[in-house]
Design a protein around this ligand. Structure first.
Ligand code: GYE
Length: 311
């Protein structure tokens, strides 16, 4: 019968896969792009994607993953909002023999609880940002304010660490203030307003380092509202390379960003396909590129290139 024939070839075809995706939320332009690109990549490959938005809450992610397990999906993608607290639910998935792939953030859990992790090197991103600043200011004294990402998330932990490593040997550069802006524009603006007030209306601040572009865009607004020029009076360096930071560069209001691709799902689906078809174990960590962009790198062109790529 037709169903027997369909069954006969289905095991080798990605087209018959159902994959659950537990997404963090939509806190940033990068995150929204990752969601669109993941949906597109699934569609391209004929994968049925079950999408769950956790609204920034780990408990919602755990619930969604349990739901995917109960539905018997073929695999689960999860972008873990924070690093800790995943062991139980990942063990449940493992016991159900459902491979889990981590997207864009890491977890503090034994590596055998997930098939692979597709993410950027977040320590390196922080280092690239810090090295850019160190080179740019040279020997001039430079007080930095830092907007951290979501507390307890691997990008917040690692981007802080990498930046600190890069400026460690530079006695003229110091981090004067550091606080979370939760990876959002609104919080980035609000926290920057506090930094500006605390640092002589901003006159004592040499540079602002944000763990993502969205917080930088919010902070740029706060700097302008305080009557200072972002990009000139206060240097602006951040991470993601979303279109809006290139727009800010075109306006002379941002100085550097480190790119990470929103297409983490492409490599994830490739690894999953090879694993399910040929039993090929992927690398445990699939690392995407971290490229620095400054206003010298054709920001208008980079803005245009990215528009329509999920952003
Ligand atoms: O940089 C930021 C976001 O987890 C690497 O999460 C990701 C980060 C990204 O919302 O914009």
């Amino acid at each position: 019968s037709a169903s027997v024939i369909a069954l006969g070839c289905s095991s080798a075809m990605a087209a018959d896969l159902t994959v659950g995706f537990s997404q963090i939320g939509s806190e940033s332009g990068w995150r929204a792009a990752e969601t669109s690109v993941t949906k597109l990549e699934a569609e391209k490959r004929g994968i049925e994607l079950k999408f769950a938005d956790a609204q920034q809450k780990q408990e919602n992610q755990i619930k969604a993953i349990r739901g995917f397990i109960a539905q018997g999906v073929d695999a689960i993608l999860v972008a873990p909002v924070v690093a800790t607290g995943w062991e139980d639910v990942l063990t449940e998935a493992k016991e159900a023999e459902i491979p889990v792939i981590l997207l864009d953030r890491g977890v503090d859990a034994p590596q055998d609880l997930y098939l692979t992790s597709v993410a950027s090197d977040q320590v390196k991103e922080g280092r690239v940002a810090g090295e850019w600043l160190a080179t740019t200011v040279g020997d001039k004294p430079c007080k930095v304010v830092e907007l951290q990402g979501t507390v307890g998330s691997t990008p917040a932990i690692n981007r802080k660490k990498g930046f600190e490593e890069a400026i460690a040997g530079k006695s003229n550069i110091s981090i004067a203030r550091s606080q979370t802006g939760d990876f959002t524009r609104a919080k980035g603006k609000e926290v920057m307003e506090g930094f500006l007030k605390a640092e002589n209306g901003g006159k004592d601040i040499c540079a602002m380092y944000a763990h993502n572009d969205d917080m930088a865009v919010g902070a740029i607004q706060a700097i302008k509202d305080a009557g200072l020029k972002p990009g000139t009076d206060i240097l602006v360096v951040s991470i993601d390379a979303v279109p809006d930071i290139f727009a800010a560069m075109v306006a002379g209001e941002a100085n550097a960003t480190v790119e990470l691709t929103p297409n983490m799902a492409g490599p994830a689906f490739d690894a999953l396909d090879a694993f399910l078809k040929d039993g090929k174990e992927p690398e445990k960590f699939i690392i995407t590129e971290s490229k620095l962009y400054t206003p010298a790198d054709n920001p208008q062109g980079e803005y245009d290139n990215r528009k329509g790529l999920g952003y």
